[in-house]
Design a protein around this ligand. Structure first.
Ligand code: GAL
Length: 371
C-alpha cells in the first residue's frame, strides 16, 4: 500500500506527514507521503493510539465501489498517520456478498471486552444493485488493524418494531402505506416503511457505532428510506442488534450520523440527504441515547456559503481528543465523486456555546486550540 516507496526506502524517506490539521487541504499525507485513503471514516482509540478506519477509494468512475476494502491508519497525535494496510479486504469469490465491486461505506470499529474481539460494522450494498440492499455488514478481528473476518451483512430487526412505535402508530402507518396519494416524506414521518420492511428487516445505510461508558454499544443508522434514524442496542458480543431499538427524529431525513457524549449529554451531528453534494449540517442533543432528541439546528458558524455546505463537507465521526477534557473534533469528508480517491477531509474543533456544539472554519490548526 506504500505506493512509490519500497520497504527499504520507506524507512529513510523524508517524513512529509502533516504536523497540523489543514481542513480540506488537497492532500492529507501519511507517513509514506501518500494521500490518506480512508473516507467515510471513524476512529477507534486504544491506549495512546488513534486508529482511523475508512473506505479505500480508487480513481475514476468505479472509485466509490470497494475494490480493496477498508483501510486503517494509526497515529498518536492526530496529524502523523501511518498506513497500517487493509483491515477488511473484499473477497475474490464472486459468490461472497463482500465481493470486489460491492459497496462498503462508513466502517466503524469498537472493542468488545467480553470476547476480546474488535468488531467492525459498515454500510454494505451488493455489487450491481446500487443502494437498494441497504444492509449492515459486520466483521471481527483479534488484532485492531486486522485482518477482519467478514461475518455477514443483513437488514436489521426483522419481525420487530422499534420500542417507541406504538400500536396506534403501527395502525396509522399501515393505512398510510396503502394511500397512494402520500409522498415519501409523509410516508417516512408516520413510519410506513417500517411496516413495509417489517418482515424482511429494516434498511440500514449511513451508520455509526457508539460505545458508552458502561460498555453497552449502539448502532445508529439511516433507515426507512433515509427518512428516520434508528438507534439499536448491540448484543453482548457486539455482532448483532438486540430488539431494544428506537426511531429518532422521525421523518427528519438525517444521514451521516456522528454521535458523541460530553458529560452526561449525547450529541448528534448529521447531514441532510443530497448524496455526494454537501448540504447544511444538523445537530441535536439528548439525555439518553434513545432520546428524547432535541434539534439544535446547524452547528456551523460562518458565511452563508459555509452554513449551506458545511465547509463543503459531510460529517462522518466525532473524535474525543486524548488527554484533553471535553475536546472533540468534527471529522467530515469532502467527497470527490468524479475521482473518489481525491476526496479529502475537513476536521474542525467543536466549540460549545451554551452547551451546543458549533463549528467555525480554521484553515490550519493544532490541538492547542483546545488549551
Ligand atoms: C451520501 C452518503 C454517502 C454515500 C453517498 C452515495 O449521502 O452519506 O455515504 O452513500 O450518499 O450517493
Amino acid at each position: 500500500m506504500a505506493g512509490l516507496f519500497s520497504c527499504n526506502q520507506k524507512k529513510t524517506a523524508p517524513r512529509e506527514a502533516q504536523k497540523t490539521i489543514k481542513p480540506g487541504a488537497e492532500r492529507w499525507l501519511d507517513t509514506d507521503g501518500q494521500h490518506i485513503n480512508a473516507h467515510g471514516g471513524g476512529i477507534y482509540i486504544e491506549d495512546d493510539t488513534y486508529y482511523w478506519f475508512g473506505e479505500h477509494k480508487i480513481a475514476g468512475e468505479e472509485g466509490n465501489r470497494a475494490m480493496v476494502g477498508v483501510q486503517v491508519y494509526s497515529s498518536k497525535n492526530l496529524t502523523e498517520w501511518t498506513n497500517e494496510g487493509v483491515a477488511l479486504a473484499v473477497h475474490g469469490d464472486t459468490k461472497s456478498m463482500l465481493q470486489k465491486g460491492s459497496t462498503i461505506e462508513r466502517p466503524k470499529v469498537i472493542y468488545n471486552d467480553k470476547t476480546g474481539k474488535y468488531v467492525m460494522w459498515f454500510h454494505h450494498e451488493l455489487k450491481g444493485k446500487g443502494y437498494e440492499a441497504a444492509l449492515a455488514g459486520v466483521a471481527t478481528a483479534d488484532k485492531v488493524t486486522g485482518p477482519y473476518t467478514y461475518l455477514t451483512s443483513r437488514r436489521l430487526h426483522p419481525g420487530v418494531y422499534p420500542k417507541n412505535f406504538t400500536l396506534e402508530q403501527q395502525q396509522l402507518a399501515a393505512t398510510a402505506l396503502k394511500d397512494t396519494s402520500l409522498k415519501r416524506p409523509e410516508l417516512g414521518r408516520v413510519g410506513a416503511y417500517l411496516v413495509r420492511d417489517y418482515e424482511g428487516g429494516q434498511m440500514s445505510r449511513d451508520m455509526t457505532l457508539f460505545k458508552d461508558a458502561d460498555g453497552t454499544a449502539y448502532h445508529i443508522t439511516a433507515s426507512e428510506e433515509n427518512q428516520t434514524l434508528h438507534v439499536s442496542e448491540l448484543t453482548d458480543d457486539f455482532t448483532k442488534v438486540t430488539d431494544n431499538y428506537v426511531r429518532i427524529l422521525p421523518g427528519k431525513r438525517n444521514e451521516a450520523p456522528a454521535v458523541f457524549k460530553k458529560d452526561s449529554t449525547y450529541y448528534l451531528i448529521s447531514s441532510g440527504l443530497t448524496g455526494w453534494k454537501p448540504n447544511p449540517a444538523r445537530s441535536a442533543k439528548a439525555p439518553t441515547i434513545f432520546g428524547p432528541w432535541e434539534e439544535l439546528g446547524n452547528p456551523v458558524r460562518g458565511s452563508e456559503e459555509d452554513l449551506k455546505k458545511t465547509f463543503r463537507s459531510q460529517s462522518t465521526y466525532v473524535i474525543p481528543v486524548l488527554g484533553k477534557q471535553n475536546a472533540f473534533i468534527f471529522m467530515g469528508d469532502r467527497w470527490a465523486p468524479k475521482n473518489p480517491i481525491d476526496g479529502t477531509y475537513v476536521w474542525l474543533p467543536i466549540k460549545f456555546e451554551e452547551e451546543n456544539p458549533t463549528l467555525r472554519w480554521l484553515p490550519e490548526w493544532d490541538l492547542s486550540e483546545f488549551d
